[in-house]
Design a protein around this ligand. Structure first.
Ligand code: IPE
Ligand code: IPE
Ligand code: MG
Length: 224
């Protein structure tokens, strides 16, 4: 059985779910938060130590301002309402991505990271304004500045995900088979699961099915 330390998820399909069920993309984003809560709970239940959630990509700035504003309001509200509960559940929150948000949101994010810093049950990495190509550029710049040699280890140690093991599982919901600039370096040997369901419909059972399948896969890492 394969050990399972880290699950990464591209939570795709909120917009389509919203249009189909509530005639509004934004209400699909709102609904998506229920799936986030379910999956966090199940991740703890399965004793998985890292969960990385793709919430907003560097490319998502191309969307209409109204949708972007709604997404960030939703995030703000979620953190305000749920932070103490997350903290109580011993969850550590880390933001990965370039931090270019409003002063208010920056403060909320910093506060959330600070409050939960010493928590040990589960680490949630929230990918916000995250792009893998930017991450590599930022990392290589840092490495240059410190005059470090270009090695696999040094590159890994200068990414936003430093000290976090690479994902064992990547799940993308929403019936689309692409990586959309997510964790390109870290996913080198990850088992990838593309899920037809839209994110708000994704539930614990779907998650458990993937975990079960993952556990039985023969992972070679180049060996035989
Ligand atoms: C993913 O859902 C969530 C974000 C990108 C914030 P989408 O909003 O991309 O939903 P679809 O793919 O348009 O249905
Ligand atoms: C990926 O979904 C980003 C997030 C889930 C946050 P997108 O819906 O933005 O991806 P593309 O543009 O369809 O590839
Ligand atoms: Mg999408």
């Amino acid at each position: 059985m394969n050990p399972l330390n880290h699950v990464a998820i591209i939570m795709d399909g909120n917009g389509r779910w919203g249009v189909k069920n509530k005639n509004s993309r934004n209400l699909g984003h709102k609904e998506g938060l229920f799936a986030v809560e379910k999956i966090i709970k199940q991740t703890i239940k399965r004793d998985i130590k890292y969960l990385t959630l793709f919430a907003f990509s560097t490319e998502n700035w191309k969307r209409p301002n109204i949708e972007i504003a709604y997404l960030f309001k939703l995030l703000e509200k979620f953190l305000k309402e749920k932070l103490s509960e997350l903290d109580k559940q011993n969850i550590k929150l880390k933001i990965i991505g370039r931090r270019k948000f409003s002063l208010k949101l920056n403060k909320i994010l910093e506060e959330a990271e600070k409050i939960t810093f010493n928590n040990t049950k589960l680490q949630i990495n929230l990918a916000l304004n995250y792009g893998s190509k930017n991450e590599l550029i930022d990392g290589i710049k840092l490495l240059n500045k410190k005059n470090e040699k270009i090695t696999i280890k040094n590159i890994s140690n200068n990414l936003y995900t430093k000290n976090i093991p690479d994902p064992d599982i990547l799940i993308r919901t929403g019936n689309t088979k692409r990586l959309s600039n997510f964790l390109l370096w870290q996913l080198a040997y990850t088992e990838i699961f593309f899920e037809k369901k839209l994110w708000p419909d994704f539930n614990e059972k779907d998650y458990d099915k993937i975990i079960k399948k993952y556990k039985s896969i023969k992972r070679n890492f180049g060996n035989i």
